[in-house]
Design a protein around this ligand. Structure first.
Ligand code: SF4
Ligand code: MG
Length: 329
């Protein structure tokens, strides 16, 4: 994903000037085969919009989305077809993606038939049985209706339906957020096992850092349509280099009482993506903001290998950088 932009025009011009919602405003990242990249941030930061752009449920208004060397952001629907198979989605509520009047068998058979992945009925049946095995559901359940399943089971069906298309990448948009804690862990473990087995790439969109820490390889933290910080799980959780990441992490409970993090309360609400703040978009809420932050936008730059952050504090020597010394302004 290269400099992705999703700018939505607002209805009605104000004094002859078109206004836009800058939902996604210049975002770049890669996801490799067999890798999980988590996109985290508060609701309204644009993370679901990124997912929809990659799925081409929305057409990007700028930048590029490239899959295995092919640019797909500007493809027409006919050329897009094979790509649609290769990128699948699991949404928060599988009930909304599963038609209540369609049995599980037919819901899973649909992508297999649509994309011509079974040459005859015997192969279709074999694939359906294999999908149920993969997601840990009994084969007999193929004959059931969506409402006959619990939330966790329904999410297994949702994952099976995504897998039915034999994708390279699965976008999981808050895929476990609506589930009970114990079920969450089961579904996250299932996704991890499937990823290892099938070499899938996962884009895991979530506001829940505790879950993300459990299962991701890398993390991109989003704020108001931009990436504030991106790095490996270890870098982001142990050595955050952006005050927004630090604040988000401070709200995550840790099992170790000695490692207890002091909760950082952010001032105010997330500003509107219609007129984002000048300079650093986070300056209206940042506990360390200084003059330069209001006028100059910080660039995303490497702070250590594989770890990038967009904050002016990282231009300072370590002893003057509160992110490194742990002392808050
Ligand atoms: Fe805070 Fe300034 Fe860094 Fe933005 S650039 S995160 S306002 S210190
Ligand atoms: Mg969302």
């Amino acid at each position: 994903v290269n400099d992705l932009k999703m700018h939505f025009p607002l209805g009605g011009a104000l004094f002859g000037e078109r206004r836009y919602v800058y939902a996604v405003d210049g975002l770049s990242f890669r996801v490799e085969r067999g890798e999980t990249l988590s996109l985290v941030g508060e609701s309204g930061c644009g993370k679901s919009t990124v997912g929809r752009a990659i799925l081409r449920l929305l057409k990007p208004t700028g930048g590029q989305v490239v899959l295995a060397g092919k640019r797909i952001d500007d493809m027409g629907s006919a050329k897009l077809r094979p790509y649609r198979r290769r990128v699948q989605v699991v949404f928060q509520d599988p009930f909304s993606s599963l038609n209540p009047r369609i049995r599980v068998r037919d819901a899973l058979a649909e992508p297999i038939n649509n994309f011509g992945l079974a040459k005859d009925n015997a192969e279709l049946t074999r694939k359906l049985n294999m999908l149920m095995d993969k997601v840990g559901l009994p084969r007999e359940a193929l004959g059931r209706w969506p409402h006959e399943f619990s939330g966790g089971q329904r999410q297994r069906v949702g994952i099976a339906r995504a897998l039915a298309a034999e994708p390279d990448l699965i976008v999981c948009d808050e895929a476990v957020s609506a589930l009970d804690v114990s079920v969450k862990a089961q579904i996250v473990n299932l996704l991890g096992d499937l990823q290892k087995e099938l070499g899938l790439a996962l884009l895991f969109i979530s506001h829940d850092l505790a879950i993300v820490e459990h299962m991701t390889h890398r993390v991109a933290v989003m704020y108001l349509g931009k990436i504030a910080e991106i790095g490996t799980k270890r870098q982001i959780f142990a050595r955050p280099r952006h005050p927004y990441t630090e604040a988000l992490l401070s709200a995550v409970p840790t099992p170790d009482p000695l490692a207890k993090r002091e909760r950082i309360m952010l001032k105010g609400d997330v500003p509107s993506p219609i007129s984002p703040p000048s300079g650093c978009r986070f300056h209206t809420r940042c506990p360390y903001a200084f003059d330069r932050c209001k006028s100059e936008e910080p660039r995303l730059r490497e702070v250590e290998k594989g770890h990038e952050a967009a904050c002016h504090l990282n231009d300072r020597d370590a002893q003057d950088n509160p992110l490194l010394s742990g002392a808050r302004a």
